[in-house]
Design a binder for this molecule. Structure first.
Ligand SMILES: Cc1cc2nc3c(=O)[nH]c(=O)nc-3n(C[C@H](O)[C@H](O)[C@H](O)COP(=O)(O)OP(=O)(O)OC[C@H]3O[C@@H](n4cnc5c(N)ncnc54)[C@H](O)[C@@H]3O)c2cc1C
Length: 413
């Protein structure tokens, strides 16, 4: 069976990884050359700790407050756009305790599956992507966030996720090279982290060796369909036919789905990261600076810091004030880290594909017999990639998915 995967981000590549193992003939089409994009410059967490979907109680009020500050971790460019308004209304509807109570167990199941499978991928392909399985710290400086994190740790226990509550001194004892200024922290030992760009490169190399065909710098511009079947995709390099099609184009999912007459609510949520190489003193643990919503990822002697959520049209522009806020937060928590604010052209940006309820879209669409959609992985696409890829293979092979996928229904809105 010939399968075309549209999108060579982590979701497309993970799907190819599992499909190829079953002997399918795979072609991956990407409009870029698969060396940059959202799946490359992110924070690289593989984090079951993120079992609460983005749309959660309190987030709307917090978001509105953040909107007033140019250096806050959140921004929506105000515009009269039908899709944005529909997305916003659905986000608002989803950000309540009972929806989260329903959705979190499904997210947890997929996170747990993915966590296990990511370790398997490391063993299968070799750890060429600096994966470390030592956990992730949630650090806080304020009493308000301390309380929030304590409650979250209790919720984690309900899912059987271990946490360790640490005093300021215990956090400092873990960080042997740098001073840490915190009130305390929570360690999630199950979390892991890796270099996402090196993970992407490792999977691409493996797939190429395994005979997967890559068509790069080819933008998909349309589809050829016959009744309930897709026959081929039209690209600016010509038509590619196949038996089945996987749509995994990240933040471009709504525009491509629209060409198939399918409506998907999704907005791009741009974030930034800055990477500093070869540091004399580095962090020992990845950490989320929860008060400021900043992610810190040590990768051997390198350090990546990332954050910010800008909901705007897809672009690569960087708002320096917001990048500076990420940097300043890092310095506030770790005053001694030997880094200085980089030049603007060294600041990376990427767009997270945000669904309005914080759950991914995974599944078939009843409009076509031979289409599977995989997208909307928001802030946790690396964490969910392996599990998503496995489920895509199971759907294509008409097997029962490893976890219940009803909550990820692509037609739920
Ligand atoms: C600052 C930041 C930090 C993050 N940190 C983490 C983290 O620590 N852990 C985590 O789990 N997640 C994290 N994420 C989220 C994660 O990066 C995303 O969820 C993930 O990369 C999405 O992968 P994707 O494959 O769906 O999309 P993408 O990586 O965007 O890939 C989609 C691909 O489709 C291609 N494409 C689109 N349209 C077309 C077309 N018409 N024709 C051909 N090709 C097309 C694109 O070129 C692209 O290569 C972070 C994101 C950001 C921005």
């Amino acid at each position: 069976m010939n399968i075309v995967i549209i999108g060579g981000g982590i979701i497309g590549l993970s799907s190819a990884y599992y499909l190829q193992k079953q002997g399918y003939q795979i072609t991956i089409i990407d409009k870029g050359d698969i060396t940059n994009g959202c799946s490359f410059g992110n924070a690289g967490y593989v984090s079951p700790s993120h079992f609460i979907p983005l749309a959660s109680p309190g987030i709307v009020a917090k978001g509105l407050k953040w909107m007033l500050s140019a250096s806050s971790p959140f921004y929506i460019k105000p515009r009269l756009n039908k899709e944005l308004i529909q997305w916003g209304l659905q986000f608002y509807k989803s950000a309540n305790a009972s929806t989260v109570k329903n959705n979190a167990p499904h997210l947890n199941n997929l996170l747990q599956l993915s966590r296990e499978l990511t370790s398997d991928i490391k063993h299968d392909l070799g750890n060429h992507f600096r994966m470390e399985e030592k956990g992730c710290l949630m650090l806080y400086q304020s009493a308000e966030i301390e309380k929030y994190e304590m409650d979250l740790a209790k919720d984690a226990a309900k899912f059987g996720i271990e946490t360790q509550i640490l005093s300021s001194k215990q956090v400092q004892d873990l960080e042997t090279e740098t001073e840490v200024t915190v009130r305390g922290g929570v360690l999630y030992p199950i979390d892991a982290h890796l270099h996402p760009g090196e993970l992407m490169e490792t999977i691409v190399n493996h797939l190429k060796k395994a005979g997967v065909r890559f068509i790069t710098n080819a933008s998909v511009t349309g589809f050829e369909t016959r009744s309930n079947n897709i026959i081929g995709v039209i690209t600016d390099q010509g038509k590619v036919e196949a038996d089945k099609f996987i749509l995994a184009p990240g933040s471009w999912l709504p525009s491509l789905a629209k060409k198939l007459g399918i409506k998907i609510l999704l907005q791009p949520g741009k974030g930034y990261s800055m990477t500093f190489n070869n540091l004399e003193k580095n962090l020992q643990y990845p950490a989320i600076l929860v008060d400021d919503r900043v992610a810190m990822t040590p990768l051997s002697r390198d350090l990546r810091m990332g954050g910010t959520m800008e909901i705007n049209n897809i672009n690569e522009n960087v708002m320096i004030k917001r990048a500076k806020a990420i940097f300043n937060a890092a310095k506030k928590y770790y005053p001694g880290i030997p880094v200085s604010f980089p030049e603007a052209n060294k600041i990376w940006s990427g767009c997270r594909p945000l669904s309005p309820d914080g759950l991914p879209y995974i599944g078939k669409h009843n409009k076509y017999n031979n289409l599977v959609i995989a997208g909307g992985h928001a802030m946790i696409g690396i964490s969910l990639a392996a599990g998503t890829g496995k489920i895509i293979e199971e759907l294509v092979s008409n097997k029962k998915p490893s976890v219940e996928i009803k909550a990820f229904d692509v037609e739920r809105f």
